[in-house]
Design a protein around this ligand. Structure first.
Ligand SMILES: [Zn+2]
Length: 290
């Protein structure tokens, strides 16, 4: 059964800009704590009453995000931003195989159903039930939502893939870990067919699918290996210190399935950002992903 609710687009966009995605409030966006010291605190930087609209076109596009609002400053001057250009040869052997990453464990639980599908104007996002977790370097991160970008945001050897899925997790302290899964064109994906069949018809729509179960492992390829680096949210406010795992194997969707997403949301990919002093490691995952 399918329920559609329509909310005015502008408030939805405002909420999304605030919570970022691509979608949870960043520490930077939080209100400052009340100052109990008698001395008057320095005047805080002006923060807009409501989040500033951003997008992917020429106006308010990625190149200007950092100047749209003080809250988005990291989008312009951050040194640890995402996405990045990945190179297939550099992370497969050698010193990047550090002790820390060999022992990294990724565990994704299955508990899941589609709660709702939201086309928030920037992406198709699925909010998931609590219970799916990722464990990385001993820290448990809870899966909050996943969403898609068309084409992909990360590149492999300079090439964008037609689509990228982001599974967004947070630990108990609010730190982010995002798993990126690149999508190539090929065989139809049976699990994604459930999403395609229930995509909202218009921006701002929410589709709640009652009684439909979605297996979250649908995102995961068989090989348990990933690129790991520390980056940022790829949408305003571009908060940093995000643990990124981009799986090295891709999943396939059919041309029509990819088109179902890209015709609604694409292009919604931020260009790749400078690596600067960061390194990309190859991470072998212990345990099973599926
Ligand atoms: Zn994303």
């Amino acid at each position: 059964m399918r329920f559609i609710s329509r909310t005015p687009l502008i408030p939805i966009m405002a909420v999304v800009a605030l919570v970022g995605a691509c979608s949870t409030p960043s520490p930077e966006a939080a209100s400052p704590a009340t100052d109990t010291v008698a001395v008057a605190p320095p005047a805080p930087a002006p923060v807009p009453a409501r989040p500033v609209h951003w997008g992917y076109g020429e106006e308010a596009g990625p190149a200007s995000w950092g100047s749209l609002s003080p809250v988005y400053a990291l989008c312009g001057n951050g040194k640890g931003q995402s996405p990045i250009a990945l190179t297939s040869g550099t992370a497969t052997s050698g010193p990047s195989w550090s002790f820390d990453y060999r022992t990294t464990r990724l565990a994704v639980a299955h508990h899941e159903h589609v709660e709702n599908l939201v086309d928030n104007g920037h992406t198709i996002q699925v909010t998931v039930d609590e219970g799916s977790t990722l464990t990385l370097n001993g820290t448990a991160y809870t899966l909050k939502q996943f969403h898609v970008h068309t084409p992909s945001e990360h590149t492999i050897d300079g090439k964008n893939m037609p689509m990228e899925v982001h599974l967004v997790h947070q630990d108990s302290a609010g730190n982010f870990a995002v798993v990126g899964v690149l999508v190539k064109e090929g065989a139809a994906n049976a699990n994604f067919a459930k999403l395609v069949a229930n995509l909202p018809a218009a921006k701002g729509d929410t589709v709640a699918v009652a009684g439909e179960q979605l297996d979250l492992t649908m995102h995961l390829p068989a090989r348990e290996k990933a690129y790991h680096y520390v980056g940022s949210l790829t949408t305003p406010p571009c908060s940093e210190n995000v643990q990124w795992l981009v799986l090295q194997d891709m999943i396939t969707l059919s041309k029509d399935q990819i088109q179902a997403f890209s015709s609604r949301i694409g292009p919604n990919n931020r260009p790749t950002q400078p690596l600067n002093t960061r390194t990309v490691s190859s991470v072998g995952l212990s345990g099973s992903m599926r």
